[in-house]
Design a protein around this ligand. Structure first.
Ligand SMILES: [Zn+2]
Length: 363
């Protein structure tokens, strides 16, 4: 028996006017990102076809009743694809937690060093990335850095690239440092010296403009805040700067009032290229027992067992992904939501009745 989808009240997204829905908004934004990306950008493969090695696309239920697809191609671009940002964000979160747990157990001091730079005028993101890298290279040649390195047991570097309408794209780094020192005081001194040198390096590179600084943060909670904020596309980060996906949301709005966002986004897609969002220092993963395997397996292992709600065969997936495009990316999220709320068996009839997708013959 076919039942219409439930009409649970959902608040519309203040920017796009679409219902806020944890699964849905990412796919809608992914669709938008595909529309705005150059034709040869890798994001176009994401969720399009079934992986040749897979039987079909599974809907899996992981920890915390998290429903997700497995078995389709993904693009893995955490900067440009909101769906992959979420997948990778979940995976990274468990790796970061493991590293922090390891450092705590070893009684290493955990400090977070934030390095920002100030950029003059409206230089492009590509140029800013180069300038930032030059200052960072200088820093690693400083005595203070070399001294810190002697005590350093591992580090995780996270690059953030927020956008400000006044200053443009602002690349900066948060570095989690695991320091082996006699006391917290000693560890803080080591990082403080690096902090002072960063300012000198910025001056040498002519990056000592507004917003340039180095900051040391001492609590794990503060570190967690900086390491997770950008994969969260649901909350609209207001204030002075926007996260990239907030710019994408605005780029999707009609009208000349959002031309700035479309321009900023296209610059971002072009200039961000191969930048790695998260870097673990050499051997850190090995030291804290993270086995690097196939990402898919690792994710499942991290989620600690998952249940398969059902499998969508290859032919049906092809129809679905085509139809998803026509409905502006809404279908993938709706499938997950309906699976969560009404169960997998409901999906076939719903797809047939609402979306004219013919399910395969079943025994
Ligand atoms: Zn993707």
């Amino acid at each position: 028996m076919f039942l219409p989808p439930p009409q649970s009240p959902r608040t519309p997204d203040p920017i796009l006017g679409l219902p806020i829905d944890v699964d849905g908004i990412r796919f809608r934004l992914q669709h938008l990102s595909k529309k705005l990306a150059p034709r040869d950008h890798r994001i176009h493969v994401c969720f399009h076809d079934v992986n040749p090695q897979a039987e079909g696309v599974e809907i899996r239920i992981g920890g915390g009743n998290h429903h997700y697809f497995a078995g389709q191609w993904t693009c893995g671009n955490v900067w440009v694809c909101p769906v992959c940002a979420d997948r990778k964000g979940r995976l990274n979160q468990s790796l970061i937690n493991k590293a922090y747990g390891w450092a705590e157990q070893k009684q290493y001091h955990r400090l977070l060093l934030t390095l920002t730079a100030g950029f003059e005028g409206w230089t492009r993101l590509e140029q800013r990335r180069k300038d930032f890298r030059a200052a960072k290279t200088l820093l690693t040649r400083c005595k203070s850095w070399k001294e810190l390195a002697k005590h350093l047991k591992g580090s995780i570097t996270k690059t953030d690239v927020p956008f400000s309408r006044a200053w443009g794209w602002l690349p900066h780094e948060h570095i989690s440092l695991f320091i082996n020192a006699e006391s917290l005081d000693e560890a803080v001194q080591l990082v403080h010296a690096v902090k002072l040198d960063w300012v000198k390096c910025l001056k040498k590179c002519n990056l000592m403009w507004f917003g340039a600084s180095a900051k040391v943060t001492m609590s794990d909670q503060d570190a967690a805040k900086y390491f997770t904020k950008d994969s969260d596309v649901i909350n609209n980060h207001g204030g002075q700067s926007l996260q990239p996906f907030d710019v994408l949301r605005r780029a999707g709005c009609a009208g000349a009032g959002y031309d700035w966002a479309r321009q900023a986004w296209s610059e971002f897609v072009n200039d961000i290229k191969d930048l790695r969002q998260l870097r673990f220092s050499n051997d850190l993963k090995k030291d804290c027992g993270i086995i690097e395997e196939n990402e898919e397996n690792q994710e499942d292992e991290e989620h600690h067992m998952y249940r398969i709600a059902g499998t969508i065969d290859r032919a049906t997936w092809t129809q679905i992904s085509r139809r998803n495009k026509e409905v502006n990316g809404a279908l993938f999220g709706a499938i997950l939501r309906n699976c969560k709320e009404l169960g997998f068996n409901y999906i076939w009839e719903w797809l047939y009745n609402e979306h004219s997708i013919l399910p395969p013959l079943r025994n």
